[in-house]
Design a protein around this ligand. Sequence first.
Ligand code: DHB
Length: 300
Amino acid sequence: MLEIEISGLRLRNPTMLASGVMGECSGSLIRAYRSGAGAVVTKSIGLEPREGYPNPTAVEIECGILNSMGLPNPGIDEFGEEMREVVELEIPVIGSIFAGDAESFSILAKRMQGYGACAIELNLSCPHARGYGLEIGTDPDLVRGIVKEVKRSVSIPVFSKISANVADIVEIGKAVEEGGGDGIVAINSVKAMKIDLSTKKPILFNRFGGYSGRGIKPIGVRCVYELASEIEIPIIGAGGVEKGEDAIEYILAGAKAVQVGSAIFYRGIDVFRKICKEMEEWMERNGYSSIEDFRGLALK
Ligand code: DHB
């Protein structure tokens, strides 16, 4: 009932573990899949190991979570070992990568493909890292060039995770499409800040962070709706998916799949199974037997 096909990938259901949440080691990727995720996305991996920022790196705020981890990761050379254990179990794993230029993205994508990733997710939207993410993901020419170069380097699908922190998200989505991208993930966490009233200073070490969870769902749904209205390639909705009904909302806006991150904090790792059950119940009540039966209905 929940099975989907996206850019040639067949998934048992449309929920994916979002990047950055439990995606840094094989054990937690496997656990997310065993808890019902249709696919899992790794933490964003770069060319070199990175420590990330000192604490505080995350804080719970109204309607969600604010984080700025600083792209901590073991580097692509080390990450092969984590990938091996997941791939051996035939778990669909999407390799998220970050870099500052097209050439580095291509090198990382090739390595991820070599490790057995079923697809690549380009992080073009980390809201606070100097020289990475949003700093390149807001420029349509850079985005088009990066996607084009990565597409030349690998044969697996290439998804681009983009940000709502732009004047016109459709312009960025079109750049991904023109570059030959296979899909868009929308949205990443939203650039935000929390100030501590006792110290009178921003709480996070990095001052700015990415806001995720319930509070950003309406922004994500709006972005997916705008993208789906003007773009042909598949869209994966992300931002505040906690319940089956949230996933349904994204699919009504045109998404083919959804990613789940912060909700693990609120509902436990079993959130994937819970969301799927809630989706099936909603579909039964409404007389739908497949995702495609109601996908994009809000657009018509
Ligand atoms: C981090 C945060 C993000 O939202 C992202 O896309 C990548 C990395 C981080 O702080 O590590």
